[in-house]
Design a protein around this ligand. Structure first.
Ligand code: SAH
Ligand code: MG
Length: 195
């Protein structure tokens, strides 16, 4: 698909942190194999991943939240270019305060890394019974595994936040999580079966 490749190139040139190829492939396969129909995404940027998800099949609907208005406007244009405006709804708000109703089969967290626990706690209420929450960037360019790769205090703090989130997932009483060393590190969290 030409336009998707174009978006990928654009993101690279303009340093927009879109998902890596292996990560996007993983989620698109997940959508296909598990018959996912409704996706909620936290962090749209220019709409690249939302467009990839909606392009898997023509009965998939994506709602995506982006707080940055410039990126939101770019995403709107890209979604129109792809003629996906009927199946991708983009909301220009802060996901921490935004009100979302309805349930989703897949919730994808790909926004501010320092807020992952908050996003998870808030949006698990919008997860359908057998739904999954997938999170990106748990490796953060390898820095989570090797802290010596960080070069400033800000980045070190973010790495700490990601480690807190990983611990939160590992110790979660409600969800089981599998971690994948794919792309920039991905987790897949499902509700534990009721006992
Ligand atoms: N999912 C996109 C990339 C998202 S990059 C893709 O793969 O194509 C992360 C985005 O999250 C940035 O554009 C940033 O502006 C947005 N973001 C960060 N914190 C947010 C918040 N609290 N609410 C909404 N968007 C947020
Ligand atoms: Mg990401």
């Amino acid at each position: 698909m030409g336009k998707i490749l174009e978006l990928r190139e654009y993101a690279k040139e303009h340093h927009v942190p879109i998902m890596q190829d292996a990560g996007i492939e993983f989620i698109c396969n997940y959508i296909k194999e598990h018959n996912v129909k409704k996706v909620l995404e936290i962090g749209s940027a220019i709409g690249y991943s939302a467009i990839c998800f909606a392009s898997v099949k023509d009965d998939i609907y994506v709602t995506t939240i982006e707080r940055n208005t410039d990126l939101y406007n770019e995403a709107i244009n890209n979604i129109k270019d792809m003629q996906l405006e009927k199946r991708i709804t983009i909301i220009n708000e802060d996901a921490l305060t935004c009100e979302i109703t309805g349930n989703y089969d897949l919730i994808f967290i790909d926004a501010a890394k320092s807020q992952y626990i908050k996003f998870f706690e808030k949006y698990k209420n919008n997860l359908s019974e057998n739904g999954v929450i997938i999170t990106d960037n748990l490796s953060f360019h390898g820095m989570v595994e090797d802290i010596s790769l960080t070069h400033n205090r800000n980045t070190r703090q973010l790495v700490g936040k990601i480690k807190d989130y990983i611990a939160f997932l590992k110790n979660n009483e409600e969800f089981n999580t599998t971690f994948y060393q794919l792309g920039d590190g991905i987790s897949v969290s499902k509700r534990k079966p009721k006992s």
